[in-house]
Design a protein around this ligand. Structure first.
Ligand SMILES: [Zn+2]
Ligand SMILES: [Zn+2]
Length: 296
């Protein structure tokens, strides 16, 4: 099952970025280098595979993963805003009866379910195929903040984020490496910020929502997103080794993201679709960029 292009060491933890954009897919000449697909990350822990979010990027992720004869995939949603679930109806593994797919969400208030939300997305007149076509798929709920057990010794810590309608952050710890994913989130709630600081403490890599620049943020206060400067502050306070800025505004061009990247300290970078980051024994080994649109 291991992909020979990365994660060769069974002690490593890796994350591949299939979609790094927020709000809506943003294809076009200005987003070729950083990518236009919305949020989707593929996390490999030893021989386990976990998908975070089914934004539009999960479509190409599914095409790549279909080559690996997987029999089990867990997919953890940060939340169910459209940019994080719009790819699910186009995720080929969800229709494959030989793949047991578990969909997880921890942000839904009592009385609602993930299944209901997906049924709303996948029903006429919005979408012609119903959830009954999702063969071998289970919908699983948990309370944001609890640790979830994905079976066979794999547990994932979670934290509640500050976002309209709630969202969930995730942390994977494996053989001395740790990966924290904090999106979608707006800084400024003292209690939630303190909990997140404890949650990401000492992480090898933190993926962080940095959708707005400082100059833009005042216009979008309350929309549930943060800034690169807040990422810097949090990473310093929490002792995060490397921070990846994520959930780019759909109007942010490659040139603007280059300028942002050049302003960052060595311990931070800008998420690019196609990158794979490999963590081993608490260190970030590499950030290797693969051709963006593979597989053909
Ligand atoms: Zn989003
Ligand atoms: Zn959102």
């Amino acid at each position: 099952m291991a992909d020979p292009r990365y994660n060769r060491d069974p002690a490593s933890l890796s994350v591949k970025l299939w979609g790094v954009r927020g709000s809506i897919p943003a294809p076009g000449p200005d987003t070729l280098r950083y990518g236009g697909e919305t949020t989707c990350l593929e996390v490999r822990i030893g021989d386990r595979l976990v998908i975070i979010d089914c934004g539009s990027g999960v479509r190409i992720a599914g095409r790549a993963l279909a080559k690996h004869a997987l029999d089990h995939v867990d997919c953890l949603f940060t939340h169910t805003h459209l940019d994080h679930i719009c790819g699910l109806p186009f995720f080929c593994l969800a229709y494959d009866p030989s793949v047991e797919l578990n969909l997880w969400a921890g942000h839904i208030p009592p009385g609602g379910t993930l299944e209901e939300i997906v049924e709303r997305l996948m029903s006429p007149p919005i979408f012609p195929v119903a959830t009954s076509a999702l063969n071998n798929t289970r919908f699983c709920s948990f309370r944001g903040g609890n640790t979830i057990d994905l079976g066979q010794g794999l547990t994932v810590r979670t934290v509640r984020l500050n976002h309209p309608g709630n969202a969930t952050g995730y942390r994977f710890d494996y053989k001395g490496s740790s990966l924290a994913i904090i999106t979608d989130h707006e800084h400024g709630d003292a209690e939630i910020d303190a909990a997140i600081e404890r949650f990401v403490a000492g992480a090898t890599v933190m993926v962080y929502d940095a959708m707005y620049l400082d100059s833009e943020y005042p216009r979008f206060r309350g929309w549930g997103h943060s800034t690169p400067n807040e990422a810097v502050k949090l990473a310093q306070k929490a002792g995060v080794k490397h921070t990846l800025l994520f959930h780019h505004d759909p109007s942010r061009t490659d040139d603007q993201l280059d300028a942002l990247a050049s302003s960052l300290p060595d311990t931070m970078s800008v998420a690019r679709q196609g990158d794979t980051l490999t963590l081993l024994a608490g260190s970030l080994l590499n950030s290797a960029m693969l051709p963006m649109h593979w597989p053909a």
